[in-house]
Design a protein around this ligand. Structure first.
Ligand SMILES: C[S@@+](CC[C@H](N)C(=O)[O-])C[C@H]1O[C@@H](n2cnc3c(N)ncnc32)[C@H](O)[C@@H]1O
Length: 220
């Protein structure tokens, strides 16, 4: 590891700790270098949640992001996170972290094994939605399933959940700089022209998607 690599890693760890401190999470964070969402992505997400205070948050892929989202809800006294997790051991680990921080009232990890969905002419493996209540979604955070499981692994999120997105609903897609996520974004832009996509320059790339504001009634 070069000196520059080391400096970058220290800076990133400091950024995680700063975010944790902002949310009152001062007893260690469930961080893993290659699997946790990047600190820059989490900083954008935390800022969005603290400012917009979404009520119903759905997340694909649990972990550090779940704890931080729950921390935001606790801090503002509003909102609840439902996190879809396909691997039981990670679901249990995340539940243990939420319990350690007394955040179980703000986030629930749902066991959601991957199951086949037929979308158009294709079949994709994606989270079983049986446990997800039929509520509108104010914020959808997509950081799973892992991209290496299959091509376009995160594509089904929009065809399966777009209809539940509230009028001011917002979507954050992590790892948006990867070629696979770029291909997913091209498809979503084509299939959901109502969505406005804003790409942000985090280390791994972040895309924020929002419904186009509807024209408000007749002109005076
Ligand atoms: C990118 S990770 C999600 C990370 C989460 N949003 C966070 O910020 O910590 C996507 C999925 O990878 C799986 N995963 C997490 N850590 C892993 C590990 N160390 N080895 C293998 N799979 C892992 C989990 O199933 C997780 O839902």
């Amino acid at each position: 590891m070069t000196g520059e690599d080391l400096r970058q890693r220290v800076a990133e760890l400091e950024a995680y700790l700063d975010l944790g401190a902002k949310l009152g999470l001062r007893q260690g964070l469930p961080y893993t270098r290659h699997w946790s969402a990047g600190a820059d992505f989490l900083a954008l997400l935390v800022e969005h949640v603290l400012v917009t205070r979404p009520g119903h948050i759905v997340e694909c892929g649990s972990g550090l992001s779940t704890v931080m989202l729950a921390g935001c809800c606790a801090l503002k006294g509003v909102g609840r996170v439902l996190s879809l997790e396909h691997l039981p051991e990670h679901a249990d680990a995340c539940r243990a972290e939420l319990a350690r921080y007394d955040l179980e009232g703000h986030a629930t990890v749902l066991d959601a094994p991957l199951r086949p969905y037929t979308l158009g002419a294709e079949t994709h493996a994606w989270y079983d939605l049986t446990g997800l209540p039929e509520t509108m979604i104010d914020l959808l955070v997509i950081d799973g399933p892992p991209g290496r499981l299959a091509p376009l692994a995160r594509y089904p999120a929009m065809p399966l959940l777009f209809a539940r997105l509230g009028p001011a609903g917002t979507v954050f897609l992590d790892d948006a700089a990867r070629p696979d996520e770029q291909a997913i974004l091209r498809r979503w832009r084509r299939e959901f022209p109502d969505l406005v996509v804003t790409e942000m320059d985090t280390g791994r790339g972040c895309a924020m998607l929002q419904r186009q504001p509807q024209p408000s009634g007749e002109a005076l």
